[in-house]
Design a protein around this ligand. Structure first.
Ligand code: GDP
Ligand code: CO
Length: 398
């Protein structure tokens, strides 16, 4: 893969946010030993290097009642050496969608001879393991894990830690193009290969997010992302005293982290999770508030924003979903101790303008799940390690 080098990096305390880097070439050819003429501006990430990272990476796919055909396409796009971890919150009552997902995954793993894990979010053993791991606040009054993509992501992270993976990447199950999934994961690997700190995050920026309305229209990016980015940038600008538009991936569902970073971040419930990750990084490492993680602060946290070549095309879930997403995302910024009155005002203005909030209302503070710390992982593992095989997709072939 050929990818633009980091040309501009904005620093916020010990956080380094790299400006968008474009993918130039999906396949950059064989390794050559001659010096690269283009090396000043372009990084060539060798195939073997990408594979090294893929081997150490788990791809977590949260899924809730998506079309099976989409899911089938998504898993086919995950490079062979990554471990697939599916966390499903799909229906099991009238139609057992989870079972269909599991069967699809089993068959895929059987014929491609690869490993995958699949677990249902409402699994009873999982709930017990989470209680053991001091995650009781992730459970509802019935003792099951709460609904939510973010809760699914945490389960995926714990399973990845159990599987000794060093990197985790997220891919939504409603992606239409397997080729896009493939590119996202190559980009995760490329990002990690450029990172100097073991605390790294890669977020994907979609060049185009086409809309279907009669004919396909390739618009540059969504309104929700634009607004979230504006508010995140406003917060950084005011704190640092210099205006910036460095954050371009506030809502990036497609993103990846080193396990070291994943273990120290809290995760907001629902759709606040992606912007909240950035907020948490700014709070912890931005230098304005006291720091807890000294080692990480010393290394610094690196954020890469990589612009994909494939357009992002996923299931459109309607206006209410978008408003909800905007509201929850901006709520996580609004309630940050870093957020000053000016940005708060801006958030309210945006939410009113996009009718996600009524006059006089304030955004509700999102619930924050604590970080999947080493200790939590250890306790989760104590309970789950012996049972991990029962979640293996290959075991399930009948
Ligand atoms: P958007 O792409 O950000 O607009 O949001 P989606 O509704 O497409 O959700 C992103 C991904 O999370 C999709 O793959 C969903 O199927 C999945 N998802 C949504 N809710 C849940 C949930 O409660 N649990 C799990 N495990 N996955 C979920
Ligand atoms: Co989606």
């Amino acid at each position: 893969m050929r990818i633009e080098r980091q040309r501009y990096t904005e620093r916020f305390g010990s956080v380094r946010i790299n400006d968008v880097q474009k993918v130039l070439e999906l396949d950059s050819g064989r390794k050559v030993d001659l010096p690269l003429k283009e090396a000043i501006a372009v990084s060539k990430v060798e195939e073997a290097v990408i594979k090294d990272f893929e081997e150490k990476m788990a791809i977590i796919i949260p899924i809730k009642n998506e079309k099976l055909k989409l899911f089938e396409g998504v898993i086919s796009g995950v490079p062979h050496d990554c471990l697939i971890i599916v966390v499903s919150n799909s229906e099991r009552k009238q139609v057992d969608r989870f079972r269909m997902e599991r069967d699809t995954l089993s068959q895929f793993c059987h014929f491609t001879q690869r490993q995958a894990l699949i677990i249902h979010q409402k699994d009873q053993i999982l709930a017990e393991a989470l209680a053991q791991a001091d995650y009781a606040d992730m459970l509802d009054k019935d003792g099951k894990v709460k609904d939510g993509k973010s809760e699914g992501m945490i389960i995926g992270m714990l399973m990845a830690a159990l599987s000794q993976k060093k990197y985790i990447g997220f891919v939504d199950a409603d992606n239409y193009f397997p080729g896009a999934v493939w590119e996202y994961i190559k980009s995760y690997a490329a990002g990690f290969s450029m990172a100097k700190s073991p605390y790294a995050m890669v977020r994907i920026l979609w060049r185009y997010k086409p809309k279907m309305s009669g004919e396909v229209y390739f618009n540059k990016w969504g309104r929700v992302s634009e607004t979230t980015n504006k508010c995140l940038n406003s917060l950084i600008s005011i704190k640092s005293g210099f205006e910036t538009d460095i954050v371009k991936t506030g809502n990036a569902g497609e993103h990846a982290m080193s396990m070291k970073l994943a273990q120290i971040l809290p995760y907001a419930s629902g759709y606040a999770v992606e912007p909240q990750e950035l907020i948490s990084i700014f709070e912890e490492f931005g230098g304005a508030l006291p720091m807890t993680y000294q080692t990480a602060a010393k290394h610094g946290v690196e954020i890469f924003q990589i612009e994909s070549r494939n357009p992002h095309f996923h299931e459109e879930k309607g206006l209410f979903h978008l408003q909800d997403m905007l509201l929850q995302g901006l709520a996580s910024i609004y309630h940050s101790p870093l957020c000053e009155p000016q940005t708060k005002q801006r958030i309210i203005k945006e939410l009113l303008a996009q009718e996600a909030l009524k006059p006089g209302e304030k955004p509700v503070k999102p619930h924050i799940n604590s970080a999947p710390s080493k200790e939590k992982i250890r306790n989760f593992a104590k309970f789950m390690a012996d049972r991990l095989d029962s979640y293996s997709a290959l075991e399930k072939i009948s």
